[in-house]
Design a binder for this molecule. Structure first.
Ligand SMILES: CC(C)(COP(=O)(O)OP(=O)(O)OC[C@H]1O[C@@H](n2cnc3c(N)ncnc32)[C@H](O)[C@@H]1OP(=O)(O)O)[C@@H](O)C(=O)NCCC(=O)NCCSC(=O)C[C@H](O)C(=O)O
Ligand SMILES: [Mg+2]
Length: 284
């Protein structure tokens, strides 16, 4: 699977300090894991968490799940040690928090060759520089850090998140302009299934590839909402069939369910079917 077709519907944070949770993750249905050394780990537990995480990664057993390690920023005493500790580890990406500019990513890029880089979008400066951050040659993915963003903006978030829509969309547009993957922020109320489902639907409709999660109980709903539904798959197939038929008769526009279908809709339909197939392969 290429980076662009690899599903990243559910992206679960696991504190690097929690050995039991690190082990439990080997059996969870998350598409990706963010092994966290940053905010989920207290300062006095940083050194132990780094060592625990490296040992668990070396043990392996995470299967097809994408493995992303969130390091501490370089404005802390831990950032460089985190990068050094991950040298040679079996991971798919390093995630840098609170990225303000492409220069921040370049600092990390210089320290470790080859590993794809992901960036947290969670500061006002970062959002304003989203285009240059997404355009960094090593950037493969963006994660919305909505908790930090809300803190920095000084806003209060209400249902539907209108207060941070601009930041979400600026980041998404930047990611898409660079061909990068982008996942939505966390839903803090991890026992509120209805609220999670609503926010997943909102993120999906905005164009996000998936959502970051804080608890295993959030995985199933997220996987379901970010996967193409049976109705989506059926429509995509019918669009392709109808378009093939009109194209064979020398025309360029088909009509399905009362709506026009042109070549561009076929690109979307084929991408949707490819995503559905990638998910089916992943889920075995
Ligand atoms: C939120 C939690 C503190 C809740 O923990 P707990 O009370 O232990 O939950 P449960 O008792 O319901 O746990 C049941 C079992 O599930 C395992 N578990 C819990 N959480 C995880 C997890 N994230 N990954 C894997 N496994 C997990 C427990 O070990 C239990 O297992 P067992 O004992 O075998 O039954 C807790 O869920 C938690 O710490 N979540 C992660 C919090 C986190 O990572 N925060 C940082 C990321 S959010 C952020 O910073 C985003 C961004 O930067 C921003 O700015 O927005
Ligand atoms: Mg944050």
């Amino acid at each position: 699977m290429t980076q662009s077709t690899r599903p990243v519907r559910s992206v679960l944070y696991i504190p690097g300090s929690k050995e039991r949770a690190l082990d439990k993750a080997r059996g969870l249905a998350a598409d990706a894991i963010i092994f966290d050394l940053e905010d989920a780990v207290t300062p006095d537990a940083k050194d132990a968490a780094r060592a625990t995480l490296r040992a668990e990664l070396d043990k392996g057993g995470y299967g097809e799940r994408m493995k992303i390690v969130r390091i501490n920023g370089f404005d802390t005493v831990w950032g460089r040690q985190d990068v050094e500790a991950m040298d040679g580890a079996d991971i798919d990406a390093l995630l840098l928090p609170k990225v303000n500019s492409a220069y921040d990513l370049e600092t990390l890029a210089q320290m470790i060759p080859d590993v794809p880089l992901w960036a947290m979008m969670e500061t006002p400066e970062g959002v304003l520089n989203a285009r240059e951050i997404a355009g960094h040659p090593r950037l493969a993915g963006i994660v919305m850090g909505t908790n930090d963003l809300v803190k920095e903006l000084g806003c209060r978030v209400s249902a539907g998140r209108p207060e941070i829509q601009t930041a979400l969309q600026m980041s998404l547009i930047a990611a898409r302009s660079a061909g990068a993957c982008i996942v939505d922020g966390v839903y803090n109320a991890f026992k509120d299934d209805d609220g999670l489902r609503f926010e997943c639907g909102q993120g999906r409709d905005l164009g996000f590839d998936g959502k970051t999660l804080i608890h295993p109980a959030q995985i199933d709903i997220t996987n379901e909402v970010f996967a193409p539904s049976k109705a989506d798959i059926d429509l995509a197939r019918r669009q392709i069939e109808a378009f093939d038929a009109v194209e064979a008769s020398g025309q360029g526009v088909a009509v399905v369910d009362g709506k026009i279908v042109e070549n561009l809709h076929i690109v979307t339909a084929k991408a949707l079917l490819a995503k559905a197939e990638a998910i089916a392969n992943l889920e075995g």
